[in-house]
Write a protein that binds this ligand. Structure first.
Ligand SMILES: NC(=O)C1=CN([C@@H]2O[C@H](COP(=O)(O)OP(=O)(O)OC[C@H]3O[C@@H](n4cnc5c(N)ncnc54)[C@H](O)[C@@H]3O)[C@@H](O)[C@H]2O)C=CC1
Ligand SMILES: N[C@@H](CCC(=O)N[C@@H](CSC=O)C(=O)NCC(=O)O)C(=O)O
Ligand SMILES: [Zn+2]
Ligand SMILES: [Zn+2]
Length: 379
């Protein structure tokens, strides 16, 4: 039955309130308006940022909402003036848009895009400043402009990357967030050179992707730091050469690293979202040139601090969103790299469940051995 132009009723996981189990609801999904695309989501993974917003830590978190931002699917229908995708295209929704026209996109200095950010930050679509989701007439907010914990979602056309239909959607859904973020933090934001010494704080999917990026950039030493010692065995497969568990040391972790590296590392990456570790990550950098990249997302109200002397003496503090990748242009390129076996993806997937088991998937995020859990939306 043709669904184009019709409201679709489908299953979605609704977060009615922070920290309360998500509820699988029959959700009404409106047709796409001008500049919008309705996507049948086939696979979606969970990222730590979903847990962060669900946990009430996100200053932009609005409830009720449909979370989820690391997914892949097939275009069901498009609104007026959409030219770059059509029904049947295989796509990855991108929380970081790329309109190619705004001040940000044209700057050549950033992957951030200003076109729809004001709407996606408040859970609505730009065209009429309303949501396309409802349950029995009650509007449900969008999340990050993607809302992939649903069998169907509506996104802005500037937030859709068209990919090679040969790519397995159950794998490449990961290229919607965590893996590109880690790789890009190294390749685009830090621009790590061959021979560099790198420290990575937090060896989840994002930190492991940093390790993979650093290895491919030719880093000579890749030091992984995690409070879970089981992470080292996994991390070796992604390029980590040395492991430090801060719990095994009395000295501040930055001092331990400075002592181990003749004055500090060339590059460090914070992949946890902990502001005190962000300070350690900066202060373990070498005087004169060490650069620290903040990747982790810290809770509302949290602030970073250090002695300004750390920066006066040449250390550089940076941050990255989606690893600096331009989403619509570069996600298809990352998919191609995966198909050519130039980047890992499968190795980050430790669990597979379906959308109906989403609360179990959130629980798994706190368990040892869990990197990414991919949900099939086929309940
Ligand atoms: N900037 C961006 O564009 C993006 C940021 N993120 C953020 O990156 C962070 C990491 O995400 P995931 O890898 O999915 O998370 P994760 O929870 O899988 O990994 C975090 C790792 O940090 C370790 N850890 C926790 N506390 C620690 C401590 N005090 N010292 C050392 N290690 C510690 C944990 O054992 C775990 O291995 C999150 O804050 C997430 O929100 C995620 C994607 C994109
Ligand atoms: N709403 C949050 C923003 C958290 C954040 O920094 N998000 C990252 C992506 S995290 C993906 O898993 C990002 O891309 N930020 C840039 C942006 O425009 O949002 C908060 O306010 O803390
Ligand atoms: Zn994410
Ligand atoms: Zn733009």
């Amino acid at each position: 039955m043709a669904t184009q132009g019709q409201v679709i009723t489908c299953k979605a996981a609704v977060a009615w309130e922070p920290n309360k189990p998500l509820v699988i609801e029959d959700v009404q999904v409106d047709p796409p308006q001008a500049g919008e695309v309705r996507i049948k989501i086939l696979y979606t993974a969970l990222c730590h940022t979903d847990a962060y917003t669900w946990g009430g830590k996100d200053p932009e978190g609005l409830f009720p909402c449909i979370l989820g931002h690391e997914a892949a699917g097939i275009v069901e229908s498009v609104g007026e003036s959409v030219t770059e995708v059509q029904p049947g295209d295989h796509v990855i929704p991108c929380y970081q848009a790329e309109c190619r026209e705004c001040k940000f996109c044209k700057s050549g200095k950033t992957n951030l895009c200003g076109k729809v950010r004001a709407a996606t930050g408040v859970g609505i679509m730009m065209n009429d400043r309303k949501s396309r989701f409802s349950v029995n007439g009650k509007p449900i907010y969008h999340f990050m402009g993607t809302s992939t914990f649903s069998q169907y979602t509506v996104v802005h056309d500037v937030s859709v990357a068209k990919i090679d239909p040969k790519a397995p959607l159950e794998k490449v859904c990961l290229l919607g967030c965590g893996v590109p973020t880690g790789l890009g933090a190294v390749w685009n934001t830090a621009k790590v050179e061959a021979g560099s010494i790198v420290a990575i704080f937090g060896l989840g999917t994002v930190g492991l992707a940093v390790a993979e990026g650093a290895k491919s950039a030719g880093a000579s030493r890749i030091i992984g730091i995690d409070i879970d010692s089981n992470k080292f065995d996994i991390a070796k497969n992604f390029g980590v050469t040395e492991f430090i568990n801060p719990k095994d040391h009395d000295k501040p972790i930055q001092q331990v690293i400075v002592d181990l590296t003749d004055g500090g590392v060339d590059y460090s990456f914070e992949c946890i979202g902990n502001v005190s570790i962000m300070r350690s990550a900066l202060e373990c950098c070498h005087k004169g040139w060490g650069t620290s990249v903040i990747v982790g997302v810290a809770a509302s109200g949290q602030e970073i601090s250090t002695r300004p002397f750390q920066l006066v003496t040449g250390r550089v503090w940076k941050g990255t969103a989606f690893g600096g990748f331009k989403s619509r242009s570069q996600v298809p390129w990352l998919v191609d790299k995966y198909l050519k076996k130039e980047i890992k993806v499968d190795e980050y997937i430790t669990h597979n469940l379906n959308l109906g088991e989403i609360n179990k998937a959130f629980d798994l995020m706190h368990e040892r051995g869990c990197l990414r859990c991919v949900l099939s939306t086929d309940i």
